[in-house]
Design a protein around this ligand. Sequence first.
Ligand code: ATP
Ligand code: MG
Length: 469
Amino acid sequence: MIALIEKQTGLKAILKFFKKLIASARNEVEPDRTQVRIYLRSEHNISRSQISENALKVLYRLQKEGFAAYLVGGCVRDLLLGREPKDFDVVTNADPEQIKKIFRNCRLIGRRFRLAHVHFGREVIEVATFRGAGEEQNDKQVLNKEGRLLRDNVYGTIEEDVWRRDFTVNALYYNIKDFSVVDYVGGMADHKAATLRLIGDPETRFREDPVRMLRAVRFAVKLGFKLHPDCEKSMHEAAELLSSIPSARLYDETLKLFLSGYALQTFEMLRHYGLFQVLFPATENCLSVEEDGFPRLLLIRALENSDNRIAEGKTVTAYFLLAAFLWEPVQMRAKEKMVRGTVEFMAYQDAANEVISRQIKSTALPRHITMAMREVWSLQPKFNARTGSKPSRLLTHPRFRAGYDFLLLRAETGGADPELAQWWAKYQDANENEQRKMTQPPRKVQGGKSGRKRNYRGNVKDSATGKEA
Ligand code: ATP
Ligand code: MG
């Protein structure tokens, strides 16, 4: 027996040796994730010239007062990639009251876990005290019955702080004391291998906070990183857990996901992991019964347009994209109502109400957003009126531009007559005289082909009766 065990242990050691050999031949030495590794200034590419002056001020000031101070999270990750970070997060062993005493321009926020916001004009540097309650200290953590983390509010040391972070590449600390990067979890190796790996057991970590799945998608797309196979596997299994997250938090995450310039890829990846259906159940429903590619095309075009605008440095509005997400469900509901005899205007209004009130159960769209979405939708049938004073009144509508852009989107993707979109393009550029000519009622043509036109949902409509032929 002992001989057998020895034999097996020997085999294991040989296997391990060969694995290491292969890894080192591929230049991917597996780091020891239980040992802290310090990368000296000469061993990484983060230079102070890339760091915001205000973040540096905060770091130096904390250090001067005798505290430890590090940059951590997304900013270190992005600096290593040579990208400009979105914001700079600082962690320290000073507690919030101590931080407040050091910085006059400081406000403490958060009730559960207090954070300091140090204000420099429009720039805010977030300063957090190291958080405790790592996996070994479950007594400080409060989990619900599904294993979701409800309370996580104890100050700790840097060695504890690291374990509550999500991905290894988000858990690198840039130390202002000697400009080194401190790595407790093999984050540098993952960074080099462009891999998103959860710290600890993926299933537990997703269970603790299912929003980490959305973060995984966001970072994978934004950084061009791949998900570690273990992380990927758990994600397929844990997607459903996302529905337990408060809808307000999901709304915030949704905006980050879709307004970051990679909306199309994000959409595809969310669908792949079954996460999109939690965020937009009605849209997912329509996508799965899609006919002739109409709904998919409109949505995809909206996502592409939005990414292109961001790439060109233009702004994108959340309500426009959200209106595109929910347009197909609204249309489907409206059509059902029209079949039952509701007039078009009312059918669309009722459908919009129903779709929105269901949607806010998943992602809590704020009222000003849903109001704007409704306006964009309700403008759509109004574009059909091209005679008399209606067109000129429509031009003065505060949401005309968004409504018109939405019409273009529909026209480009087979949901509206391209000639109608062209007419509105021409009408906007025309002078008053031309506009008057354009809006004169046409002379009636009786019967024949000219009385028929396509209604861009694949059916032929008789323009005189409005009935489908
Ligand atoms: P971004 O570029 O979007 O700001 P980020 O990684 O900085 O990316 P933040 O939301 O600013 O993301 O969070 C800062 C850091 O806090 C993260 O890098 C991570 O270490 C930690 N963190 C944030 N959210 C979570 C979470 N849900 N679970 C665990 N750690 C988290
Ligand atoms: Mg950040």
